[in-house]
Design a protein around this ligand. Structure first.
Ligand SMILES: Nc1ncnc2c1ncn2[C@@H]1O[C@H](COP(=O)(O)OP(=O)(O)O)[C@@H](O)[C@H]1O
Ligand SMILES: O=C(CO)[C@@H](O)[C@@H](O)COP(=O)(O)O
Length: 556
């Protein structure tokens, strides 16, 4: 087959990565990363309020920069052979748009208003609204949370919309509809952002917006009106149909072909969430748990509909037909903070250094700190009397979403040093992972193997070994540094007709696996005991320690 190329674009929390791939051989022709400038300087965010917003210009500018940089070294012949683009993004990361589908922050009167920007997945300002949605859904004639694990989260679409409409009159007046990041970028690239006709991702809609075939789409207008009259009528301005990512949204808009220096017949695929496309890029087979391990984790599982489609799996972030692999049931779980737990501890150490010695000296320490702590922690013996941590520093995503929960450290004494704390934090993140595996199994979904992708799986052998020991399962790490972008590229190759099916694209383009971490038999038993203590500590936090708190809890 003549060489044909595609581009996968992966919008992460901090940056966007572009990957130019030969769709016939899987070879990478070019790649580049670009950070979001406004986000990097902390604009529009307030961690103490758990408010995390991203400006649409951060996305478009960084996408342009990363695609151009990825293409900068490739021969002209390759550039002319690019046939398709697909994007993945974080989610639920919705934005209010006007009638034309323009995110409000792109209008002059909203350009600095955080409520007119994308509300990033990890924004937890809508805890109270999530609680209201749960309360109503559970007593409504149809429990609309049944396909999202029985708990609606403040990280998701409707919580964020309801909260924003309540607190911002100007957004309320101007917002015609709401769009997920993965849908908006794809629509923007294809030049049709009309909210009523743009193609919406099955993945985003099913996992975060309560869309399901059995509901004839989104929950009823009556449900939303009962929740709050402010939501009345919005359903009609959203969507009824959804699309899997093997479909196309259209051909690249001339403006974007020109901006990116691409042929005018490039096909744009339907977008999806990063972790979902990551599982595709990592070649996750049915019943392989694919853990995307970075700031947070997303734990993805694919299974044939006919085998598990009848189950209602409690406490996960959804089960959606076709959300990962078209034609299969896609399931998502995850942890709200994973690498972010280590980043928190590193920051705790660095901040005083910065204040006392200045930015430059602090950077020298910061660059080496996590690796140093991991090396020290790896030398410590593992015992069931060790310091214990609970990883809910950013709440708990699964099992059973609850973003008001807090983390903990138990067992400090005067000998406790930084390495011991770091070790306990790493173990806590691994225990959080184990509780997800245990939940899948308890709900009748077997987990046959574990695959890891994402920054932490590449950066930290210590974390990965601990995870293998705690899970008592081998973990395979995918070769690709950019499995999410690679998954997007695979979808682009199907949407643009280079490959006839996703499995065909995966076979041609997969990068395979390199490291495998095997559990150490002498440690596994100790971790079983520590895991029991972790469950008890979590129970105490949830049932006793936070019992008296009124809702919503103060974050920070
Ligand atoms: N050496 C390391 N060991 C463990 N975790 C690390 C290390 N270096 C960075 N991290 C963590 O990796 C996370 C970022 O993961 P990455 O996959 O690169 O980004 P993203 O989640 O935005 O896609 C951060 O939370 C950081 O704390
Ligand atoms: O929640 C999802 C997908 O459902 C992710 O987009 C979200 O965790 C973001 O993850 P990363 O920043 O890529 O670690």
């Amino acid at each position: 087959m003549e060489d044909k190329y595609v581009i996968g674009i992966d919008f992460g929390t901090d940056s966007v990565r572009a990957l130019v791939v030969n769709a016939v051989t899987g070879e990478t022709a070019g790649t580049a990363v670009s950070e979001y400038p406004r986000w990097k300087s902390g604009l529009y965010c307030n961690a103490a309020l758990s408010q995390f917003r991203q400006h649409p210009l951060d996305y478009t500018e960084s996408m342009e920069a990363s695609v151009k940089a990825a293409l900068s070294g490739v021969p002209d012949k390759v550039r002319r052979s690019i046939k398709g683009i697909a994007v993945d993004t974080t989610g639920s990361t919705p934005v209010a748009v006007d009638r034309a589908g323009t995110p409000l922050a792109l209008l002059p009167e909203f350009e600095t208003n955080p409520n007119g920007m994308f509300i990033l997945w990890k924004d937890h300002t809508a805890n109270a609204e999530a609680e209201e949605i749960n309360e109503l859904a559970h007593r409504w004639e149809t429990d609309y949370t049944q396909f999202v694990g029985g708990v609606y989260s403040s990280e998701w679409f409707w919580s964020k919309i309801l909260r924003t409409l309540r607190i911002d009159e100007r957004v309320r007046e101007k917002a015609f509809s709401w769009v997920e990041h993965c849908d908006w970028i794809s629509a923007e690239l294809a030049g049709n952002t009309d909210p009523l006709s743009m193609k919406r991702s099955r993945c985003a809609a099913g996992h975060k917006a309560l869309w399901h075939q059995d509901f004839d789409g989104l929950p009823s207008n009556a449900f939303f009106e009962e929740l709050d009259p402010l939501l009345g009528g919005l359903r009609e301005r959203l969507f009824e149909y959804t699309y899997t990512s093997d479909q196309s949204v259209g051909t690249i808009a001339p403006e974007w072909a020109d901006r990116l220096g691409l042929p005018e017949d490039v096909v744009i695929g339907v977008g999806a969430f990063d972790a979902h496309m990551g599982a595709v890029g990592a070649l996750a087979e049915p019943y392989a748990l694919c853990k995307v391990i970075g700031t947070s984790t997303c734990d993805m599982l694919v299974a044939p509909n006919e085998e598990v489609g009848h189950l209602l799996i409690k406490g996960i972030c959804g089960q959606v037909d076709g959300s990962i692999v078209p034609g299969m049931l896609g399931m998502e779980a995850g942890q709200s903070a994973f690498g972010d737990v280590y980043a928190w501890f590193a920051k705790l150490v660095i901040e005083p250094v910065k204040s006392l010695l200045g930015e430059e000296q602090a950077k020298v320490v910061a660059d080496k700190l996590i690796t140093h702590l991991a090396a020290e922690a790896a030398l410590l013996p593992v015992s069931e009397k060790d310091l214990l941590a609970v990883d809910w520093l950013n709440g708990r995503r699964t099992p059973d979403a609850n973003h008001t929960l807090k983390g903990a450290l138990l067992g400090l004494n005067l000998a406790t040093n930084g390495a011991a704390i770091f070790k306990a934090l790493v173990e806590a993140t691994a225990f959080g992972s184990k509780s997800i595996v245990e939940r899948f199994k308890a709900e009748g979904v077997p987990v046959h193997e574990v695959i890891a992708i994402g920054g932490v799986s590449k950066k930290s052998p210590f974390v990965m070994q601990t995870l293998a020991d705690v899970l008592n399962m081998p973990i395979k790490v995918a070769v690709s540094e950019q499995a999410c972008a690679l998954g997007a590229a695979m979808f682009a190759s199907v949407a643009s007709g280079i490959h006839q099916s996703l499995p065909q694209a995966q076979q041609a383009m997969s990068s395979g696996f390199d490291a495998v971490y095997h559990p150490r038999p002498d440690i596994v038993g100790i971790y079983d005991k520590l895991y029991d203590k972790y469950l008890k500590a979590g129970d105490f936090i949830e049932k006793e320690f936070l019992k008296e708190s009124t809702f919503p809890l103060q974050i920070g």
